[in-house]
Design a protein around this ligand. Sequence first.
Ligand code: PLP
Length: 366
Amino acid sequence: MKNYKLLTPGPLTTTETVKAVMMFDHCTWDEDYKGITQEIRRKLLELAQVEETEYTAVLMQGSGTFGVESVLSSVVPAQGKVLLLSNGAYGERAAKICQYHKIPCIHISQAYNKTPDAAEARRALEEHPEITHVMMIHSETTSGILNDIQSIGDLAYAHGKTFIVDAMSSFGAVDIPVKDWHIDFLVSSANKCIQGVPGFSFILANRKLLMESQGCARSLSLDLYDQWQGMEKDGKWRYTSPTHTVLAFRQALKELEQEGGVAARHERYQKNMDALVENFEALGFKLYVDRPWQGPIIATFLYPQGKHFDFKDMYAYIKERGYAIYPGKLTDADTFRIGVIGEIYQEDIQRLTEIMKSYMDTVKER
Ligand SMILES: *Cc1c(COP(=O)(O)O)cnc(C)c1O
């Protein structure tokens, strides 16, 4: 098979060195392995700029959605109610999780190119004092918008509510001072901006609130408190852990450090994004999200008017030349997405631009 780079929002293109450490079948119960889990948990807290006395990190088998479902189904008590602020498919997925677990949820959904409105959230909190938890998405991968979680965090804190954030596609590449922004539960996964491979999600949790959630879980395998109890003791995962993924993740964390940490990674992604937007706008594509709200992770582009575009055809053309792009996820407009995260550099963006330019010459006028 011809190799290609991923311009998708995860799984993404990883380094050779991250892939290489997976050539080892690690035993799960020995001290070395448990030590690796503990090292990862400590490093995640450092990235979140929080103290071990106040926060704790829990690793959870499965993809990112498993982590979101673990938090919602484990920490909202039977008499709790969630205020969900959404502006994309991942917010809607959180609503679906609430439905499956019969968790009462007030769902305010916003246009996909607008960040959730703090004034509207405030009204909901005032009208519904029974709300216990507020949840939102940071980087909505559906569109690429970077939502303002800070103002909603302040609001949740002022009203004494627990704040849950899906920071799946931003954590590791966007600075998130978790405590300062009043985030009580943050969810992300191994295969996004930390540049590991798929296999587990992780949760940064307010220790006190996690402790209070004991006995509240609606699922055995996703019981966050129980998973934490096991891990906290000596680094042991409750059930079979994705050993190769864990080794890759430790290496990915080292490489994030070597790159210069979150600030340096952010700068690389941001430069990729700036070049992508500039180049693609010059080719006639229009960005779906207004520039000030556009995040540094993934961009949604509208097809130029008057051209006959076929995503499958474009995808095949680009893939043949070394890159895999991503279909759009909007229901009301024809779009495609380009992710700039992973082992992606300026030269990749320039190369992609040339491929796109030559593809455009093959596209018929409508
Ligand atoms: C990737 C992602 C998820 C999790 O999706 P999985 O396919 O389960 O890994 C959740 N929220 C956002 C915003 C994401 O980008």
